[in-house]
Ligand binder design. Structure first.
Ligand SMILES: Nc1ncnc2c1ncn2[C@@H]1O[C@H](COP(=O)(O)OP(=O)(O)OP(=O)(O)O)[C@@H](O)[C@H]1O
Ligand SMILES: *[C@@H]1O[C@H](CO)[C@@H](O)[C@H](O)[C@H]1NC(C)=O
Ligand SMILES: *[C@@H]1O[C@H](CO)[C@@H](O)[C@H](O)[C@H]1NC(C)=O
Ligand SMILES: *[C@@H]1O[C@H](CO)[C@@H](O)[C@H](O)[C@H]1NC(C)=O
Ligand SMILES: *[C@@H]1O[C@H](CO)[C@@H](O)[C@H](O)[C@H]1NC(C)=O
Ligand SMILES: *[C@@H]1O[C@H](CO)[C@@H](O)[C@H](O)[C@H]1NC(C)=O
Ligand SMILES: [Zn+2]
Length: 544
């Protein structure tokens, strides 16, 4: 078992206890080290209690991600494999320099700072706060604090400690191993694993900040009324945590320009392809024809978690066809569930609060859309056009799909390797009667450990990619602007150019011991669908 609680005050072993990791490419977007350095930031701008002192220890560590087949340039003992999930037979990858900046931040968010943080949203594992104070260093940022489940029998949703088997999986990535010691795994996993697939310009690891127990206790009390009741019942802020992540608010632009509103959407796109794995049993072959999303919707409806199935078809959104992307966005508007939200100037104006799964009442939808029009100045068709054009043009979903497709064995294949990695007898093979299939599974079981590790690692990276959210924010480009750091799209109907940025959020590593859960859930979803088929009255317009 893992020990997930690190008692307050007990510092993890580390050479740089206050180290923060950065990637060079993100310096412009992250709260950058310069922010705290001599370059103009007035200490008086910072919240009273959290004035970080900048003794910036900057050390540029060259990490040579190269193929094991390529001759090692230096130490013969260097057994580092190339970047996770990378094509191992590929030519030596180009030299990449990872710069690590470590920064001492003396400040701690204290009781008196709590009033500046309000509820923004939450998922199963984290609660997100937005900053309302006036310190320039925190403006436009969110704080992501860990939660604990009230039901103690449930496993901790976010565990920051590697089991010995996880050490096998991720141990070849020095930054991850180090981050575990420093309790900033979420940050390091986003920056060093997920960004390889999603692109460093779409991933923001954030900065770790220390928080006092009093700060967390006060925040917990202050946000209580804003949280959905079922979330309050299920979880609360982990007041034992001694740090939280400070991340740019990706429903806002930094340095908002006067006069124009920022419109942002959050899309939980879910799995965008149909699996083709040869390890999928005949009984489950429906998986190759019907999306996981649709089948899961049926189970959720049956279990009373949703009052109506969604019209959203992930294959439309990922299709690279503008027409089908538009269809997907229309389905989000009519049945947003927890897959779609709209923010204006950082405030939620459409979609479920607190990660709620149920639909917006259709009567309310019209009202929300009217409001959207009022606050953003965009009619719904224009908004749909702007969003579909951006998704089409940015190619950002293509990146997400690549990461998702690392799962090429399907859980029905990967589960066998999980049992080998954890040295457990395979409880799936025990049950298989199909000789041909059993032969395939036996072959999987005879793979060498490094192959098994790669398959399970890729499965877990894919699991994160299937579960994360994409935030895209827009603002009208001021006429005359030519040199913007942001990409833009031209909205023909409104004769207006919009700047946009796209960031993935919730890129946490999935625990290895979730594999059995994934397998059982998959069986449950597929069994329910094959037994009941399309029993739920299909929402109109849904053809998937
Ligand atoms: N950087 C950010 N900027 C703006 N909003 C954010 C940011 N990060 C998170 N959010 C909001 O907070 C919500 C919850 O955050 P997040 O998905 O990280 O929580 P989680 O508990 O890890 O989720 P899950 O239930 O998937 O584990 C998001 O859906 C999003 O609306
Ligand atoms: C890996 O790279 C080699 C050489 O570039 C290529 O032939 C092969 O198809 C690639 N394999 C995968 C899985 O991408
Ligand atoms: C509250 O949580 C408990 C378990 O933690 C659960 O049994 C109960 O059904 C929940 N109640 C509501 C109203 O969600
Ligand atoms: C959003 O913020 C901008 C800049 O501060 C402001 O001009 C605009 O009126 C705001 N929009 C809404 C709907 O509040
Ligand atoms: C993998 O698991 C199978 C079945 O449990 C077992 O027979 C086999 O010896 C294991 N292989 C390795 C390499 O550990
Ligand atoms: C094995 O099959 C039986 C009957 O089909 C089923 O009840 C049981 O849950 C299965 N066990 C596993 C581990 O899948
Ligand atoms: Zn097996």
């Amino acid at each position: 078992m893992r020990a997930c609680v690190r008692p307050r005050g007990v510092e993890p072993p580390s050479t740089f206890p206050f180290a923060f990791l950065f990637l060079l490419g993100n310096l412009m977007l992250l709260p950058s080290p310069q922010h705290y350095s001599s370059r103009g930031t007035d200490v008086r701008d910072l919240p009273q209690s959290s004035r970080p002192r900048t003794s910036t220890k900057e050390s540029c560590i060259r990490t040579n991600w190269r193929s094991p087949l390529a001759p090692a340039p230096h130490s013969s003992g260097d057994r580092r494999t190339p970047g996770v999930g990378s094509n191992e037979s590929a030519a030596p990858t180009s030299f990449r320099c990872c710069c690590r900046f470590s920064m001492e931040m003396e400040g701690i968010l204290q009781a008196e700072d709590a009033k500046d943080w309000i509820y923004k949203g939450e998922g199963a594992a984290n609660l997100i706060l937005s900053y309302t104070g006036s310190s320039p260093s925190m403006l436009g940022k969110v704080l992501r604090v860990k939660k604990i489940l009230k039901d103690k029998s449930q496993p901790a949703p976010s565990c920051m400690v590697f089991s010995s088997f996880e050490q096998l999986l991720w141990g070849h990535i020095p930054e991850l191993v180090e981050s575990v010691k420093q309790d900033c795994l979420a940050q390091a996993y986003a920056m060093h694993v997920m960004s390889q697939y999603l692109g460093a310009n779409h991933v923001d690891g954030g900065v770790r900040v220390q928080v006092s127990r009093e700060f967390l206790e006060l925040v917990e009390k202050n946000v209580l009324d804003s949280r959905p009741a079922w979330r309050v019942n299920a979880s609360s802020i982990d007041t034992n945590a001694d740090a939280a992540l400070l991340i740019a608010d990706h429903s806002l632009f930094s340095g908002n320009q006067k006069g124009s509103s920022c419109i942002a959407v959050e899309i939980k796109a879910k799995c965008g392809f149909l699996p083709t794995s040869e390890y999928i049993s005949k009984d489950n072959s429906i998986k190759k024809q019907v999306t996981r999303y649709k089948m899961h919707q049926h189970l959720k409806f049956h279990q009373g978690e949703i009052s109506k199935t969604s019209e959203y078809n992930p294959l439309d959104l990922f299709s690279e066809s503008k027409e089908r992307i538009r269809t997907a966005i229309k389905s989000f508007i009519s049945t947003p569930q927890n897959n779609f939200r709209i923010f204006v100037n950082g405030s939620l104006v459409f979609g479920g609060m607190g990660g709620g799964a149920d639909n917006v009442d259709p009567d309310d939808t019209d009202k929300y859309i009217e409001d959207l029009n009022k606050v953003s100045g965009l009619e719904l068709p224009d908004f749909t056009e702007l969003l579909s054009e951006t998704i089409f043009k940015s190619g950002v979903l293509g990146k997400l799909l690549t990461a998702q497709k690392l799962d090429d064995h399907d859980i029905e294949g990967a589960i066998h390797l999980y049992y080998n990695i954890t040295s457990q007898p395979c409880s799936v093979c025990k049950n298989i009667t199909d000789v041909e299939l059993l032969r395939k599974y036996t072959l999987l079981h005879s793979l060498p450990l490094d192959k098994s590790l790669k398959i399970v690692r890729d499965f877990l990276i894919s699991a994160t990619a299937k579960d994360c959210s994409l935030m895209i924010s827009f603002r009208p480009r001021e006429s005359g602007t030519t040199d913007s750091e942001y990409d833009s799209v031209f909205l023909e109907s409104a004769k207006q150019t919009y700047e946009y940025k796209a960031y993935f959020v919730d890129l946490d590593v999935k625990p290895l011991d979730k594999m059995e859960h994934y397998f059982k859930l998959d069986q449950k979803i597929v069994n329910f669908y094959t037994r009941n088929g399309d029993v739920v009255p299909s929402p109109k317009g849904s053809k998937h």
